[in-house]
Design a protein around this ligand. Sequence first.
Ligand code: SAH
Length: 359
Amino acid sequence: GNAILSPTLRVERLATTRSRACAQSAEFAAAHPDLDVRVAEVIGDCDALADLVLERYAEALGGDIRMNCDTCAYRVLMPGFADKVGRPQRPHDHPDDPVGHHHHDHGHDHHDHGHGSVAVVGGGPGPDDLITVRAKALLDAADVVVVDRLAPQGLLAGLRPDVLVVDAAKVPRGPSMAQEAINEALVSHARAGRRVVRLKGGDPYVFGRGHEEVQVCVAAGVPVTVVPGVSSALAAPALAGVPVTHRGVAHDVTVVSGHLPPGHPDSLVDWAALARARGTVVLLMAVDTIAKIAAVLIEHGRAPETPVLAVQDAGLPDQRSVPARLDEIGAVAAREGVGPPAVFVLGPVVALTTTGPTG
Ligand code: SAH
């Protein structure tokens, strides 16, 4: 086996391998004087190789150890094997093996669904480099990427050309069916043996419907994992110079959906309690409701002069901040044309806003 080698040993091993290749080539050339035989230089460090290692790493994380020879029918299209391309495998499981061939595997029919999987992945708030290393590795190894509008779009340019990118916003069928159509796409691609990455903005479990998709996969018997992401709820304030907590200033932070206005029959938010609390409130999806929310918070006891900061397009080239007092934020945001995606952060921490490293 290949144990981990010290750098010196590795260089020696490389030199030995190379001199053996040279010797064998020279021998072959001597026996075939009619052929032009050449030995190429050592490739050395190379981006493509680094990408390949990352891809294998992600596969290993998913328990998928495909045959890795360059010409393997299951990685590269070969005549007659079109149906097997991209099909992941497990140890001792080869698509051509007769079922039950490996006795220690009996009871698991690896031939059923071809080992597809779904990773529900947080892409961070927008820029390409606020995604986690794990999410990026899974993305690099994906066969299918189902992507949301707020997910980092720049990452799509780096996908292999053969990756199927599904725009979740454009999944066919009417808007009310959209989520069901997405669920169905995730399950069916995974059942066809593909590695599916469901790429979402921010964190998949913060107002991202990520868990609904996980539940659907679990119910369908499709292997599914979740990869947490950097949520805009915390990142947008930080990128705008606002700490959501600060020693001696705020010991709590509440992340709230502003999607339903206060008083809406389906609302689950206790606005009066948020008004009484002292700490930080971060509102998502609140561009259309901010005036009503501010009024209700003041009505239940938040000081009208509480500082608020609207942060739009956090992390992106167009990022901007709009400050106002709580009693004025509705009017100011409207006048300044604050539009989605934006978060509103309010509370005493907003008074600490710096133009900091990113401002
Ligand atoms: N799961 C996401 C949130 C999805 S809800 C996350 O964890 O970030 C969508 C809301 O997120 C938007 O209405 C907006 O309030 C916020 N949002 C997402 N990306 C943002 C960004 N780059 N800048 C500001 N707000 C953002």
